[in-house]
Design a protein around this ligand. Sequence first.
Ligand code: GLC
Length: 528
Amino acid sequence: MHPDPHTVLPVSTDWWRSAVVYQIYVRSFADGNGDGVGDLAGIRSRLPYLADLGVDALWITPFYPSPMADHGYDVADPRDVEPVFGDLAEFDALLADAHGRGIRVTIDLVPNHSSHDHEWFQAALAAAPGSPERARYLFRDGRGPDGSEPPNNWPSVFGGPAWTRVPDGQWYLHIFAPEQPDLNFANPEVVADLEETMRFWLDRGVDGFRIDVAHGMAKPDGLPDMVPMEDTGLLADHGPGDLRFDQDDVHAVHRRIRAVLDEYPGTMAVGEVWVSDDARLAHYLREDELQLAFNFKLLTAEWTATDLRDAVTDSLAAVAGTPAPACWVLSNHDRPRHVTRYGGGELGTRRARAAALLQLALPGAAYLYNGDELGMPDVDLADEVLQDPIWERSGHTERGRDACRIPMPWSGSERSYGFSAQADTWLPMPEGWAALTAEAQVGDHASIRSLYRSALALRASSPAFAGDGLDWLPAPDGCLAFRRPGGLVCLVNLSGAAMPLPEGQVLLASADLGDGTLPDDSAVWLHA
Ligand code: GLC
């Protein structure tokens, strides 16, 4: 018997405000059944590791039935479990065990689109133009004398046009892959179905959702052409003029989402909102909308003092007029990992250690991506093993996101390093990762894993972390220094030379402080 998932955790309605949430890319975290693909049983078996690390909550990426055109972000049934990942009983067991260890569980909600295998889309294909079945999606007639031109000029973020033609001549909209038809949020049935999905998981006891493409969903009336843009891909800034995103009507959907969450005290939603205009981003964080929105500025900042400082200042400014705290991200399953962004190898790892102390010193919530705590880098993969739809759809000009999605190394010195019972994994793991494994690092007090563990323990227990906001302190060129109201001082040195340590009790450092100075590319926490 598992403990009742509803009653184990104390009801704290705003636990997420300063939570450390651990993102699990389900295919790549741990494989419980030996097929080379991560799954729910794998996650469950690693809960002791996660509890020891000290995370407050999990975000599990989509594990719903899916033909995997976009590795689960193409959902064929949002209220069930993909057999590759387990079943509902396995999910319930995972949830109960996580709660039993004091770890909350949040899951991905993918409202903008379904899979083409979803029964609604199959029904839409079988039905006639103008039918109620087609009205759940965005079917339109084409342009040109014979309708052979797409209905507008929108590109798919994965490359190629955002429209695909069906045999009777109509076209359907897909902002992502053709296997991910966009749902029509002007149709009340679509919103009602989203609410049903939320209740399905909330009734099972989940603690909240990460909302995929939370700035999508609403489309402008008449689906007019958008301003032609140089970069309209996944990693572009979908700013004003990009009519595929951030339409005003999206806020009505967020109010519906929030109303459901409010029926379940202590639950929350964090949005993937790629909106760079601060005022527009703040709209998503109004009282009756999302509790959190990822602040991606740290994820896109270069490793320079100016960039990092601006990222922090701008992210805090973006949420300043809202009820939400900031929500910091260094890496996720869509972007190159920060060890690699910061130069890779020993240099990238040294900087990643410093970045961890920066991220975890900031006020608000922090999201870690699985493997951040091991210092995982991106891996160069051969063309023939690439799986991301971006690779095919870009005509082999963009490699996509596989490099940051390599399975986690857990133990041993041979592939798959304890990830799976077999050596072959859905994306191949490289040789030479023995020192990167969790097993090798847990026993080594100098490892990045140990640094993360100490940082999370301090963050959870030290009064130095109390209070919102921060004050910048004077610091030498190329250095960042700030103080939290509770007395935590965080210094990050990117100056190219060692800097003297100021007064204060050292709580934790990302590098050896041997001679009383803070080395280049490192960070320290002081209580002052
Ligand atoms: C989000 C996800 C990404 C996915 C896309 C389409 O950006 O993070 O992985 O491909 O949405 O669902």
